[in-house]
Structures are given as C-alpha cells and as structure tokens.
Design a binder for this molecule. Structure first.
Ligand SMILES: [Zn+2]
Length: 260
C-alpha cells in the first residue's frame, strides 16, 4: 500500500459521540486520519473526581486542564482498524493496557507508557531541527544493518518523521518542555533522548551523534539536547523525531506550531 492509499483509507473513519452522564463532551473533529490526534474536552466535571474516556472498549485518561474541565488526547496509528467508534465516559481512572512484551525495545516501550498528571509543555511544539523532511510518518520501511557477524532487520511502517540537515553535528532542540525519561544508546535507535511532556504526551529523538542531557533532567522547550548523527540503524546522518500519545505513535507534523 502506498502512502497515498494509506492516507485515503483513513479518511473514511468517523466518530460517534455519546455520553452516560449529563457532562458536556466536545470532540475536536468527527472524522480523523490515522496519525492524527482527537482531543476530547469534558466540561462541568466534578472537582475532585477522576473520569475515563472510552473509545468503544479502550480506556483513555482524562486530565484536568481547568477546575471543572478535563481533556483526553487519543492518538490513532496505523494499527487502528475500525471505521466507526463511540465515545463514552465513566467515573474513576482506568489504567491503560498495552502489551509491551512484543516490543523489540522493552525499555523504550515502557518509557512511552509514562503518564504524568501535570502538563509540562507550553504552547505549540516545534520541529527539533530545521532541515529537509527525508522520511514521512506512515511510509513502509525495511532496514538492515550488519552488527558484528549478524544483520539487524527491522520492517514496518515508519512511526516518526526523519529530518536531514545534510551534515553531522547540527544542534537538535527539545520540541517542548518536559522531563528527560531516557538519554542512552540502543542498538536500533542509536543515541536516544525521550522527553515526557505530561498527560501521556512523549517525544523521542533517535540516531543522535552526541547527547547533552541526562535522565531525570527537566528540559525547557528549545534547549539543545544533542546533535545530528547516524547512530543505530541509520543510513546517514538524520534525526528521527517521534511523537507519542499514550504510547501510540502519531504524525509529529500534526502538532507542529499547533496548540494542544
Ligand atoms: Zn525515521
């Protein structure tokens, strides 16, 4: 399936909203493409109560953004197969269920499941580096790299955005503020930085040459976190920029310069 077909497939998706309670529910859109994020706002919520949004039988946390206002962010990736969903709300907080056992990189998969009650980002997200977009979200990919006597192979759908500056060592900045969850090397991702922006929003930066931040650091938007490299499974120097909502990879371009 080409990227064009992939995107066309998704346009058919629609959302039907309903509510169990008399709470006011607003959805950002009635139809959505894979790679995009649906924002659900709940108004007139009780002040000391937690709620959960249900997309059919999948729960998503609602975080408080005002005294009586809550917000849920729901990301849709290429594994999402349904055409229609109903949105419901229940009282209490239900833990997200994700199977990380199948993940090749369990440390990374676990980090992506981080849920922080406080919103740490401010304003719009920015591109971490200015350059040419050399790989879009949703493209089909096969990677091979020899490591010692064997080959590492990864095949699947490109889950982020590749940006190339044409040279090694260009500075990479944080797309927005947050806590540094990971700053370490992995065989496939290379030198990796993972930033938790709160409310289940996480950005990832792969294939860095140098890392300038440490795990546990608070990073401000536009802080330099490292430099462009080709560590891990990379054919040349570039940044792989990932954007995750409750561990679901979404299109980073959807968020750039947009207020969440
Ligand atoms: Zn990439």
């Amino acid at each position: 399936m080409s990227l064009k077909e992939f995107l066309r497939n998704i346009l058919l998706f629609s959302i039907i909203s309903s509510s169990l309670f008399s709470l006011e529910i607003e959805v950002s859109s009635r139809s959505i493409k894979l790679g995009e994020v649906l924002t659900v706002i709940v108004k007139d919520a009780e002040e000391n109560k937690d709620y959960t949004i249900w997309l059919d039988d999948s729960p998503y946390p609602l975080y408080r953004i005002g005294t009586k206002t809550l917000r849920a962010l729901i990301g849709f990736d290429f594994n999402f197969k349904k055409r229609n969903c109903s949105i419901n709300i229940s009282e209490g907080r239900v833990a997200l269920e994700r199977d990380i056992e199948k993940a090749k990189n369990k440390v990374l998969a676990r980090a992506l499941l981080t849920e922080t009650e406080k919103q740490l980002w401010k304003g719009g997200f920015i591109l971490p580096v200015s350059g040419r977009i050399s790989g879009k979200y949703g493209e089909r990919r096969i990677y091979k790299k020899s490591v010692g006597n064997s080959f590492l192979t990864w095949r699947g759908i490109h889950s982020g955005l590749d940006i190339t500056t044409g040279k090694r060592g260009s500075p990479i900045v944080a797309s927005n503020s947050g806590n540094c969850l990971l700053a370490r090397n992995f065989p496939g991702e290379g030198n990796t930085v993972v930033i938790d922006h709160g409310h289940g929003v996480i950005t990832t930066y792969f294939h860095l040459e140098k890392i300038f931040v440490k795990e546990g650091n608070f990073i401000k938007k536009e802080d330099v976190i490292g430099t462009i490299g080709s560590s891990g499974l990379a054919s040349g120097p570039h940044l792989h920029f990932g954007f995750y909502i409750h561990s679901i990879p979404v299109d980073p371009l959807f968020f750039i310069n947009k207020r969440l």
